[in-house]
Every structure is written in C-alpha cells, then in structure tokens.
Design a binder for this molecule. Structure first.
Ligand SMILES: *Cc1c(COP(=O)(O)O)cnc(C)c1O
Length: 478
C-alpha cells in the first residue's frame, strides 16, 4: 500500500519534470507564429493557462506518460484553442429554435435591418443627438423619437389629434414605471387592484418599485374581483394616481371581475386624478391581425382616455431595450424635468435603434420588424420549411418527425395566446434528448431548442437559419 503510494508520487514527479517552462513553450514555432498574430502577452497568458491545466491533470492522476506526450505534441493547438476563447466575444449570436418569440434570456426582440443600419451610420461618428443644426444651439435628445411617434399617431389615429401627446424614452419599462410613479405620486398614494400586483421576470415587482418611487401603494379589491367602487372608496386627499398593470405572465380565470378601462377613465375624470397603465409589452399594432386577441395596444389605451402608458421597447414593439412613456404632454413634461430622468435616460445607440424601428411603423412596413414577421408566419409555411430541412438530413441515427405544436409570444404578452406551428421532433440513437440538446448548443452559433417528452423540438418560427440548422444536424448524426 505504502510502496504503491510512493511509486505514484515518483511517477508524478517524473511527469512534472517533463513539462516545459513557459519560456520554452514561447520559443516553439507554433507559439512564435501565434505571438506575431495576437501579441506576446496574450500568448504568454495562454501558455501559463495550458501548462497549469496539465499540472493539475498530472496531480489528479489523469495523465500518464503517453497521455502527457500526446498533450505536449498538441501544445500548439491547445494554445490556439485557449486564445480563441480568451480573445473571442462572450456575447454572441445564438439560433433561437425554442418558438418563444420574445425570450428574455435570448435578448428579446431582434432588431430590424433599418435599426441596425441607422446604428451603423450614426454611432461611429458624431451626431446631432442633442444639437439643433438649424439654430446651432443645444437641442434635446427626446425629439428624435417623439417626432416619429407623433407622425405614427397622425397617420393611424386621427381621432387622437385633439390630445396633446408626448413620448419620452428611458432605459427600460421598469425605469419608466419608476420615473412615472416618482413624478406623479411621490409622497402620495397610488391605487392598484390586488389582482394586478405582479412580479415579472423575477425582479420587477410593482410593490417594490412603488416603494422605491416614494409613493404608497393602496391595494383595493381581491385577487380575483375588483369593482370600480373599490377604487372610489379608496380615494382620499392623498391619492395621486390610479394605476392599472398588465398582468403579463398570468391569467385569472373563473369567478372574476375586472374594472373596465372606460369605468376607470370615468372615475379618473370625475375625481381629477390621473390614470396610468403599465402595459408591459405595449404593441403598436392591432394584434388581432396576427391572430392574438384580448391584448390592448398602446393606441387602444390612449384612445380610451388613459393619461399615461408605459411599455417596453424590446417586447412587442420589436426594438431595443428601452422604456417608453406616452401620454398627456403636461404629465410627461413633468417626468422629463424630474432629475431621475437624467439617471435613466438612454444613449445614442438606443435612439438610433428606436428611430430605425419606429420609422418602419410610420411607413406601415410591419414585415420589416422581425418579431411581427415571426408572428405572421403561418403553420403551413413553417411546416414546409421543416419538411425541406428534414429532407436534407442524411443519417440513419437521427430520427426526425414533423409534428403540430405551439409557439408563444413570450415577454409577458398575451400569456394565454399561442400560435399554431409545426415542429421538428428529433431523437438520436445513442443519445438522450438532453444530450442531443447539449450537442446542438455546442454548435457555432449555438442552437437553442426545447426538450419535451424525451424529444428535442425545433420551432422554425423563431429561427430562420434553416441552412445552419441542417448543417448542424448532419454534423451530429455523422
Ligand atoms: C415586462 C414588463 C415590465 C418590465 O419591463 P422591462 O422593459 O423588462 O423593464 C414591467 N411591467 C410589465 C407589465 C411587464 O410586462
């Protein structure tokens, strides 16, 4: 026993002696070539990392004499692999084959071409972000988006022209809600239905945001039933705002009662207390046209008489991460002068992306917006592409079936609406579904799939990279 231990440690010492020094590695032709491409400091780091990994493997007994020889012969490739990782980006594109259109973990809305072009043409140069070229004096960054929003309204909602509306932009919808509550209700009370006290994405909770804003939450009604009289009876001289929150990620069914927007508007007018709605997703188009019912748009709310609406830029709107606040100019102007606005404002990249996105809306070019385009795809179109893709897979190991399924909107929009789709259902001889999904994630770009009932499911509604998926599947199977 003891002899055995001593022998093992003698072998390890012998193996350690065979490891080259960092300097010796750097003098090898492979390292010299890599250093001229990537610089000596990066290659030195790589050599240290690769050698220290080998030392660990010797220590833990994972390497014997011949395995070490092999590893040392492949030192050049090991350096190259390390450099590729160390000098590559961490944030990179993935293929979203989950069928969830607005996937928060996968970056929500992909941007429209026009948005990308506009970022490209403005961000690498100076711009008139806050400069009025006509007068030669300082301008406001708000004008870029407010202008487009107004012309979009003028085109599509002539009936709203009588109201003076203004739109401002902050970092995300959580910030929009915070700024609006702090401006309109600091030190006062905000009345909200208990059925709408939601938590979204794990960290956005209405009661918490309310506390941070300095306003006091006044809950009314019960989880499943709230009547307009509940709001009315809760109004005191401290009440500053009536708030409605989109439930986003859940529905209450059964014995329920919710106050209509019209009733809340009537109450707000009668008592002269503004009404705000946190729409969450905030669609700019009527989603009925996309087969989704019961989801109010930004226009629906403003038209119904809601004074202020807040919504995300990267959910149904299909733009960059941002929070938009649209509403009566007098109220929104107060938010604009709140010092919190300065802390929550967005940069030129976001304005460029929003302009590029909103311009597509102004032109009524909805197909230019990837999220809307994905929603519009029919089950038949998706099924045909799935069929073509399946026909290109040459493998006896991979079993592919094309089955009916459902895509979802995600991002807290229309939680109970699904879009019928066709899915590629995959199984592979010798691999579990989880292992197959892991292989797909190991591709470049990684392919993210759903695993259900022992099969890997790919939904092409959210992934238009058919050729890359085909190549990956052929690669796995061979
Ligand atoms: C998504 C959502 C938010 C948070 O929006 P972010 O842009 O992610 O900050 C807030 N309220 C509602 C109702 C939402 O659906």
């Amino acid at each position: 026993m003891r002899d055995n231990l001593e022998m093992k440690s003698a072998i390890k010492s012998q193996l350690f002696r065979e490891l080259p020094s960092v300097d010796e590695v750097l003098r090898t032709p492979a390292a010299v070539a890599l250093a001229s491409a990537h610089g000596t400091p990066a290659v030195t780091d790589a050599a240290r990392a690769v050698l220290s990994r080998l030392r660990e493997e010797i220590s833990s007994g994972l390497l014997d004499e011949s395995a070490l020889r092999l590893a040392l012969n492949g030192l050049g490739e090991a350096l190259e692999r390390h450099l590729k990782q160390a000098l590559g980006y961490s944030l990179r594109p993935v293929i979203n084959a989950t069928g969830v259109i607005l996937h928060t973990n996968l970056g929500r809305a992909p941007l429209a071409e026009s948005a990308l072009r506009h970022i490209h043409e403005t961000a690498g140069r100076f711009s008139n972000l806050e400069f009025d070229c006509e007068t030669g004096v300082r301008g406001r960054r708000d004008v870029h988006v407010d202008r487009l929003f107004r012309s979009w309204l003028d085109e599509g909602a002539a009936d709203l022209k009588t109201i003076d509306l203004k739109t401002i932009v902050v970092n995300n919808n959580a910030a929009a809600v915070l700024l609006a509550l702090n401006t309109l209700a600091d030190d006062g009370e905000v009345i909200v239905s208990r059925g709408e006290l939601v938590e979204i994405g794990g960290s956005f909770r209405i009661p918490d945001v309310m506390t941070k804003s300095g306003a006091t939450l006044r809950e009314v009604g019960t989880t499943n039933r709230t009547r307009v009289a509940d709001y009315e009876n809760a109004i005191t001289e401290r009440t500053r705002l009536l708030l409605r929150v989109h439930r986003s990620n859940f529905e209450i069914t059964g014995f329920t009662e919710q106050v209509s927007t019209a009733e809340l508007v009537a109450l707000s007018r009668q008592r002269d207390i503004p009404l705000m709605e946190d729409l969450g997703s905030g669609a700019l188009v009527d989603l009925q046209n996309f087969g989704i019912s019961g989801e109010a748009s930004v226009l629906d709310s403003l038209r119904a008489g809601v004074d202020v609406v807040t919504y995300s830029g990267d959910k149904l709107l299909g733009g960059p991460q941002a929070g938009l606040i649209s509403g009566r100019a007098a109220l929104v102007a107060r938010m604009r002068t709140n010092s919190l606005f300065r802390a929550l404002r967005v940069d030129k990249l976001t304005y460029a992306a929003l302009e590029g996105t909103l311009l597509a809306y102004v032109k009524r070019d909805h197909d230019a917006i990837p999220t809307l385009r994905m929603m519009r795809l029919t089950k038949e179109e998706i099924g045909q592409r799935a069929q073509t893709l399946a026909g290109q897979i040459k493998s006896s190991k991979l079993r592919i079936e094309i089955i009916d399924g459902e895509s979802v909107i995600g991002g807290g929009a229309a939680p109970s609406s699904v879009l019928p789709t066709r899915l590629l259902a995959l199984s592979c001889a010798g691999l579990s579904a989880d292992e197959l999904a892991a292989r797909l994630r190991a591709f470049d770009p990684p392919i993210i799939a759903r695993v259900e009932q022992g099969r890997v499911l790919l939904d092409l509604r959210t992934a238009d990279e058919d050729a890359a998926i085909g190549a990956a599947l052929n690669g796995i199977a061979s």
